[in-house]
Write a protein that binds this ligand. Structure first.
Ligand SMILES: [Fe+2]
Length: 195
């Protein structure tokens, strides 16, 4: 076996590192692809005004995040994925999910979805934290600033959701009570008719 010259080995090693980094860059892009889709439906669906505005702003940012990732992936010789990641959503055990189906008011579901928004933003922060470590090791130009920018936007959204949770809840609370009262009245009505 002929021994490879040192520089050739180095080049191969570099290519291998970049191909590894590309997997994770595309994984982040797949997450943003899924995020765009979810944010589009969330902005339409939510009836909490300031949440709607925050989600719309973040939808614009997420589209830019996609573009930034697509650009660095292409520059590194990769092919930007159009596929979508599965977003992290907690699923309740069946018995609790059934209780919610039966009992939860529209306003409660809105809060549940806002909770999912926050879980997803947190997951994105965690993803970029790890990806930045890869980018530091592989050390290719322009990748770290892009990832830092995406991370900052995720962090801002995560912090907005966290800071505004008490307000979102406080605004939903009268609506929860009102809906619950209405439901109780309808049930009493049914019972009275049965008598
Ligand atoms: Fe995000």
């Amino acid at each position: 076996m002929t021994k490879q010259p040192h520089h050739q080995k180095q080049e191969e090693k570099e290519r291998d590192r970049i191909s590894r980094l590309l997997i994770y860059l595309n994984d982040a892009l797949a997450m943003e692809n899924a995020s765009v889709e979810r944010l589009q439906s969330r902005t339409k669906e939510t009836d909490i005004e300031e949440l709607k505005i925050a989600l719309q702003k973040h939808l614009q940012e997420t589209r830019q995040q996609q573009e930034r990732l697509e650009e660095i992936i292409t520059n590194l010789g990769g092919k930007p994925t159009e596929e979508k990641a599965g977003l992290p959503i907690l699923t309740s055990p069946k018995s609790i999910a059934e209780d919610m189906e039966n009992k939860a008011t529209t306003a409660e579901w809105q809060l549940k979805y806002a909770e999912q928004d926050a879980i997803i933003e947190n997951a994105e922060v965690v993803g970029y934290d790890m990806l930045i470590q890869w980018a530091i090791k592989v050390n290719v130009e322009n990748v770290i600033p892009v990832l830092m920018q995406n991370l900052k936007e995720e962090e801002d959204m995560r912090m907005w959701l966290r800071a505004n949770t008490p307000r979102l809840f406080a605004e939903s609370w009268p609506r929860i009570e009102e809906e619950a009262d209405d439901a109780a009245m309808r049930n009493t009505g049914k019972e009275n008719r049965r008598k």
